[in-house]
Ligand binder design. Sequence first.
Ligand code: KG4
Ligand code: ZN
Length: 337
Amino acid sequence: MARLILAIETSCDDTCAAVLDGPRILSNLISSQAAAHAHFGGVVPEVASRHHLELTTPVVQAALDEAGVGLDDIEAVAVTVGPGLIGALLVGVSTAKAIAAARRLPLIPVDHLQGHVAANFLEPEPLEPPFLCLLASGGHTLLAGVRDHAGHEILGQTLDDAAGEAFDKSARLLGLGYPGGPALEKLAAEGDPKAFEMPVAMARDPGLDFSFSGLKTSLVYRARDLGRDETERRRADLAASYQRAIVDQLIAKLRRAADAGDWPAIALGGGVAANAELRDRTRALCHELGLRLKLVPISLCTDNAAMIASAARFTEPIPYPDYLGFDAFATGSVRAA
Ligand code: KG4
Ligand code: ZN
């Protein structure tokens, strides 16, 4: 297992690079492009790719500098190969291949979702499998059963929108900026979560899948029925009720998965795991069920390269030069690539 790993993550709109020494983070840099996309109300793939092209090399250099190491010290290069925006991924993959090939280093291809899971393996206080992990981000919402360090089993996932997408789209409807999650959470803090009844989708569904598109539609109808002025006046109540419905669904499925398995611990991952209501409710659930709770810092919940390096520690490296033909993938998994 390589000790000093350089990792690159460019699957969406953050340009990230990190250096790990075993499970210890030496540097973890994130250059957010949020401001570049805010103007459009969401991530524009072509804009993301162009920003990655400009930013990847300086961010990698800054990560090496902050770690106090040079490329000659690095033993393996890890990179997110999917799922994500294909143009954005290709920038990271090409950069990683070039750095690795120039030094004849092995390349470690990492699945982005396994990266979110592996954030829990980092120091301090790494979480040992088995555990149940709820991943909720802008692109994915799933329950992962983690029985070892190398992978996870998908126990349930969203049938339509991701939870983060539900936050982003409703935030847009309520006239908030992008990304919508933090803005909606802030507004919700001033509102009454019981003011409006929102459908908690899949509540009676016996499985572990999620659905958020009906909830989003119900907010659209609510706003239409209330009219523009009343919607504006009740914005905080709408945000609080909507956030409550998203978190209710996430917690209901987490509880069902915990009841169905023998998991000793629960972990959260993905950008939505930054949400205080979700964190508090998960804490209460773990307390009630007598399970250990692992909450990584918010900086490790949202996209970052330290989690990619962490997953890489438990992934088979590809020796030089076998990876030169290796491709990124937009959907699916590493095994299918
Ligand atoms: O994991 P992430 O940084 O990127 C993806 O892989 O998608 O997640 C970004 C998502 C966005 O949809 C954002 O609105 C949401 O996470 N998010 C939040 C919060 N912070 C970020 N959602 C709810 N509450 C938050 N505090
Ligand atoms: Zn992510």
